[in-house]
Ligand binder design. Sequence first.
Ligand code: ATP
Length: 320
Amino acid sequence: MKRIGVVTAGGDAPGMNAAIRSIVRTAIFNELEVVGVERGYAGLIEEKIHSLDIRSVSGIINHGGTILRTARCEEIKTEKGIQKAVHTLKNYKIDGLIVIGGDGSFRGASELYEASGIPVIGVPATIDNDVAGTDTTIGFDTAVNTALFTIDRIRDTATSHERVFVVEVMGRKRGFLALAVGFAEGAEFILVPEIKLDVESICKKLEQGRKKGKTSEIIVMAEGVGDSSLIAEEIRKRTGYDVRLTILGHALRGGPPTAHSRILANQFGALAVELLLKGAKKKMVGIRGQKLTWVDLDYSWKQKKDLNQHLYRLAEILSS
Ligand code: ATP
């Protein structure tokens, strides 16, 4: 192994830059050359490759986003796209590729390995935390804290005006972010795609809560649950309460990574390089409890990660 490549694909997540820095510096420490691929898999297809040295990753550990930039790339899902990417990997003499991203990125990585035989290692980085084989992902903790920062302020208003606030967070298919945010915020309701809750029962519980002395409520919902403005309007109509909606959306993707996201990125990046040096072919790095680990790359996207139902039930009890 002489030269490795690094690419960030999928949605950006705070801590991706810290992971790039860790990969570059660990690789150079081990006398490897490193090249960066620009704009996700599009850069592999279009041969947008440049070398990365120690100084090229200075001053980025505290920055959100990704210096390599990222893009959704449909062409890599085609046979022709894969062949172009494999050609680039061979043309630039890339002996191993580290892909920083989510489950979609790892599907692409897996196909690249099958087509080229060039080892690929996944580094899970997504604010959704929807990747199997790791308890948490780079960026998740930051997104949770960013949401809490805003909802704490919304709660002040909710209390003063005796309002119900529906707060929508990202999560098209999975509710890991909504659950963690709702649990940490002490939200009255947490709406996730995995667990069905109808508006009627939400309204009933809201009314019961008011009878018991509650005067304001926070409802955290994942965007995948449905149209948040319709849900807020329906609650307002049925209960007559003052209901407001805040959509946090893309604000949760950016900003400086928390200590947790940076520490994870530093460790994941270094482990990914070490795995390549040890001859691993197709793995994803992860963490279980406090222990760094790795799994077969395919496990990360073939296996469905379970939502923590215990946490969900506990959130219900604690918000009564
Ligand atoms: P996030 O969920 O945080 O946005 P992700 O990695 O899951 O991260 P996706 O948009 O699903 O984000 O995937 C990222 C990129 O991976 C896609 O733009 C595409 O280039 C590639 N990709 C996704 N699915 C496949 C697939 N089935 N085959 C090949 N490549 C894929």
